[in-house]
Design a protein around this ligand. Structure first.
Ligand SMILES: Cc1cc2nc3c(=O)[nH]c(=O)nc-3n(C[C@H](O)[C@H](O)[C@H](O)COP(=O)(O)OP(=O)(O)OC[C@H]3O[C@@H](n4cnc5c(N)ncnc54)[C@H](O)[C@@H]3O)c2cc1C
Ligand SMILES: NC(=O)c1ccc[n+]([C@@H]2O[C@H](COP(=O)([O-])OP(=O)(O)OC[C@H]3O[C@@H](n4cnc5c(N)ncnc54)[C@H](O)[C@@H]3O)[C@@H](O)[C@H]2O)c1
Length: 448
């Protein structure tokens, strides 16, 4: 019996949407299922609304500097509700464009939960749909640690829907989400405390970047409690009381607690056992380098495979999957040079190896070049705001293994530099490049 579709995609987030659109261009029949809003985490409760909040918070920070730049004092009031409603409106209009794109591409959309019945069938809205091939792109969801009273904590899903800003915010977890929200909420005037089981925030990043971001955020008034966690959360007379355990042992009070301790693959209630798709220890879908699961006609991309939980990575995996399976051009994703940024103030961004990773791999043949300086913008105003730039190079050729930055425009600078580093440039290539002056980026060309 012929299948209803050549490809059926479960989840219309970053990975699923990219795959469905690319596959439809091969003239095949594509169906998709999405149980929540189109666009997934990134558009609805991740990168996009987060970046709008970063911009909103930047007004507060720039406003504080404005006086030193000759502007008269002005009292401005920030309305969180008015702002977040505008964000919602903008996202709604993007939903419409998603829907139009799917329609134009001839992709059929089912607005419901999909669950495998067998390896060629899913049940969607009480109906069995068959397909030759499936792509699972169901993403991940916030993990909450097993802490007494954890139900009082909100996650990144709820923070975008807060009716008002908390006066005192405690954040459990100093990874990407924890520190980004710490930075934004602090700019809005919230008292923020970050509690992390590591001594320094942002594990996985270069050690100098981690320290520099933590110092920068501390200078802005954010408190960090390292080597510690919350053991219990209790609601008492309109306050939340957190019992802190670890290096620091105390009880602290907050109005809201954001839990940002990682995201777990969204793989329960998918009927994967009916389809022969196996999971790993973290409930991630096991895939090979072509994103094929343990069932040969079923593939998986994005956060549900827990390789690198970033939007451009989910999209790259989706594109590689389509080229491999429908374009007859087998393609894998290179995870070595994936740039990433933490949109704190100061902003951090990295590509390639940290000093620690490079030492592990190349030992004493690596060398680091680093500078800390006061950027021009803060010379008239915040005197202690320093930018950091660091290159990790290897061997006599001084091939660049990694580039790291903390400071204004770090994400954009590292993004551009990343192209060259992926192509294998050396430190000398940077030295030989004529700079644009005056910029922050030019400092990467004169490191010694
Ligand atoms: C607060 C926050 C900020 C972030 N900021 C950034 C950033 O700045 N840059 C960056 O690169 N990444 C960022 N990320 C990570 C990024 O959002 C994810 O890596 C990306 O969205 C993963 O895409 P995906 O397609 O794997 O999953 P998702 O985008 O999560 O999409 C999965 C979709 O599948 C749907 N689904 C799940 N199960 C089913 C089912 N059974 N049937 C039908 N539909 C189903 C879900 O409803 C969802 O829409 C952020 C994440 C968060 C939480
Ligand atoms: N700018 C971006 O690209 C961006 C932004 C947000 C999220 N993301 C993606 O989403 C993923 C999830 O983000 P996240 O911040 O939730 O996870 P994360 O893995 O980045 O950080 C989790 C942090 O929580 C800490 N932690 C874990 N258990 C704890 C506990 N019980 N008590 C105290 N601390 C604890 C860890 O030490 C770690 O520092 C990221 O890894 C990233 O891939 C990316």
């Amino acid at each position: 019996m012929p299948f209803d579709y050549d490809l059926f995609v479960i989840g219309v987030g970053s990975g699923g949407a990219a795959a469905a659109k690319a596959a439809a261009q091969y003239g095949i029949r594509v169906g998709v299922a999405e149980k929540e809003a189109l666009g997934g985490t990134c558009l609805n409760r991740g990168c996009v609304p987060k970046k709008f909040i970063v911009y909103a918070a930047d007004f507060a920070l720039k406003n504080r500097m404005a006086h030193d730049y000759g502007w008269s004092e002005s009292k401005r009031h920030f309305s969180w509700l008015r702002f977040i409603n505008s964000v919602r409106q903008q996202i709604k209009s993007i939903h419409e464009s998603y829907q139009e794109t799917l329609e134009k591409a001839g992709i059929e959309l089912f607005r419901s939960h999909a669950k495998f019945v067998d390896e060629h069938t899913v049940e969607v809205d009480g109906r069995n749909i068959t397909a030759d091939k499936f792509l699972i792109a169901v993403g991940a969801q916030p993990m909450k640690p097993d802490i007494r009273g954890i139900e009082y904590g909100i996650t990144s899903r709820q923070i975008f829907k807060l009716p008002h800003l908390p006066k005192r915010l405690a954040i459990i977890g100093g990874g990407y989400i924890g520190v980004e929200f710490a930075s934004m909420m602090n700019a809005f005037g919230c008292e923020v405390t970050v509690i992390d089981t590591s001594k320094i925030i942002l594990s996985g990043f270069d050690c100098d970047v981690r320290r520099h971001v933590q110092d920068g955020l501390s200078n802005r008034g954010i408190r960090f409690i390292g080597n510690s966690t919350a053991k219990a959360i209790k609601f008492c007379e309109d306050n939340l009381l957190l019992t802190i355990a670890g290096d620091s042992q105390k009880i602290m009070t907050a109005d809201s607690v954001l839990v940002a301790t990682g995201r777990a693959p969204n793989t329960s209630n998918l009927g994967l056992e009916n389809a022969g798709v196996k999971l790993g220890e973290k409930q991630e879908i096991l895939v090979d380098e072509y994103s094929r699961t343990t069932q040969e006609n079923i593939y998986a991309v994005g956060d549900c495979t827990d390789r690198l939980q970033l939007t451009p990575v989910a999209k790259a995996e989706a594109t590689a999957f389509v080229k491999t399976v429908f374009g007859d051009q087998p393609q894998t994703v290179n995870y070595e040079h994936v740039p990433s940024a933490v949109f704190t103030r100061p902003e951090a961004a990295s590509i390639g190896m940290s000093e620690e990773k490079a030492k592990e791999k190349f030992g004493d043949s690596i060398k680091c070049y680093q500078t800390k300086f006061q950027p021009l913008i803060s010379q008239l105003t915040i005197k202690d705001e320093q930018a950091l730039m660091k290159l990790v190079v290897e061997g006599e050729s001084e091939r660049i293994l990694g580039a790291h930055m903390v400071g204004e425009h770090a994400a954009d600078i590292i993004q551009s530099l990343g192209v060259a580093i992926r192509k294998g440039i050396t430190k000398q290539d940077l030295d030989d490049t004529i700079a644009i002056h005056p910029t922050t980026a030019e400092e990467f060309l004169t490191l010694s």
